[in-house]
Unconditional design. Structure first.
Length: 365
């Protein structure tokens, strides 16, 4: 009999901090607004719930997982090569999304990835056509990514990179070269592109800092109370004209690739800031460079870039009004949330129920 999981403990994820509060799956679903897929696994062709479940090792205790499931065929692997040796009998894979692995796993019906972005997985025909269900970690890292976006914004507005440079030189510099352009965000307008899990967390924090927050969504005008106005995607340019800070939290889809380009940057007020914690390829990098060089943008905070990784000789590295972090905004978050979602989806898969956080191949997220 499969036990319903109410808790994921620190032990399961190999974490040592005793300060983590226990969280129930029902609390997580409610807090994050998680939704289950439209089709139960038992109703999908090829599912039988008895095949191997390959789990990529991220410090997970196999014994810790196994104790919650009777007769589950769980295999923890440390490499793709090791995963391939189990692929023939695998019904599910957690932590890998690779063409070679998918081709070697004829019984496969479910893939769980540890990231939110699913664009690479959707390139697989078996996932793209819906034969294999894909679930992601959307909304699991949203709070910490929201914090990262705000950190980039505040660092730019308070000239922290310039002061860090002066500190390295042992200089107590209060001149205009370091204090010029320092600003407050209170009372300014923030535009959040993509009011999904990440965008909503950014908006919440912007509002708490006294900003007027507007945003865009692809499907509706509904939004949380702390967002002053929710526009549709075709209102981006109009809303950009109002925003001293723009935070991009868009996923990468066919519709968003290269969407943020010269026309958008030209619409932003002179001396505004651009923050990207979405996907690098949603932005035309050449146009971003021009907007930064011309002064149209006072600065940019980029956790993602295009290309990525950013080549060492790229012009963005040498710009003193740019802060770059190497796609790490999701690090340092509450891993309990990730573990709880993974465990609950394992339970649902074995029981033949609909999974949480199912990616829609048609939408790309």
């Amino acid at each position: 009999m499969i036990q319903r999981l109410f808790f994921v403990t620190v032990l399961l994820l190999g974490l040592s901090g005793s300060a983590w509060a226990q969280l129930t799956i029902d609390e997580l679903v409610a807090q994050a607004g998680l939704k289950q897929g439209p089709v139960a696994m038992r109703d999908r062709p090829g599912w039988d719930g008895t095949g191997k479940i390959i789990v990529r090792d991220i410090g997970v205790s196999l014994a810790g997982i196994q104790q919650h499931f009777d007769d589950a065929n769980l295999v923890v692997v440390t490499s793709l090569e090791q995963a391939l040796t189990h692929a023939e009998d695998a019904g599910a894979v957690i932590g890998y999304c690779n063409d070679e692995l998918l081709a070697a796993a004829p019984r496969l019906t479910w893939v769980q990835i540890f990231s939110s972005g699913a664009e690479r997985c959707l390139e697989s025909s078996r996932i793209g056509n819906g034969e294999v269900v894909l679930t992601n970690m959307q909304k699991m890292s949203s709070p910490v990514i929201g914090e990262h976006a705000i950190a980039l914004m505040l660092a730019l507005g308070r000239n922290l990179p310039q002061f860090a440079g002066a500190m390295e030189q042992g200089r107590w510099s209060r001149g205009a070269d370091h204090t010029g352009g320092m600003t407050t965000v209170a009372g300014k307008t923030m535009l959040v592109l993509g009011l999904g899990g990440i965008g909503t967390e950014v908006a919440k924090r912007g509002n708490a800092l006294g900003m007027r927050v507007v945003g865009t969504r692809n499907s509706s005008r509904q939004g949380p109370d702390f967002v002053d106005y929710v526009g549709l995607s075709d209102e981006m340019l109009e809303l950009a004209e109002q925003a001293q800070v723009v935070v991009n939290a868009l996923p990468l889809t066919d519709a968003t690739r290269g969407l943020i380009a010269a026309e958008f940057f030209a619409a932003m007020p002179q001396g505004s800031y651009f923050i990207n914690v979405g996907r690098g390829a949603t932005v035309n990098t050449d146009d971003l460079l021009k907007a930064l060089s011309s002064g149209r943008l006072a600065g940019a905070g980029l956790d993602v870039t295009d290309p990525e990784p950013l080549p060492s000789d790229h012009a963005l590295w040498s710009m003193d009004n740019v802060i770059i972090t190497p796609h790490v905004s999701g690090r340092g978050g509450d891993r309990q949330r990730h573990g709880l979602l993974m465990m609950e989806n394992i339970r649902r898969y074995i029981a033949g129920e609909a999974l949480l956080n199912v990616v829609d191949p048609n939408k790309g997220y």
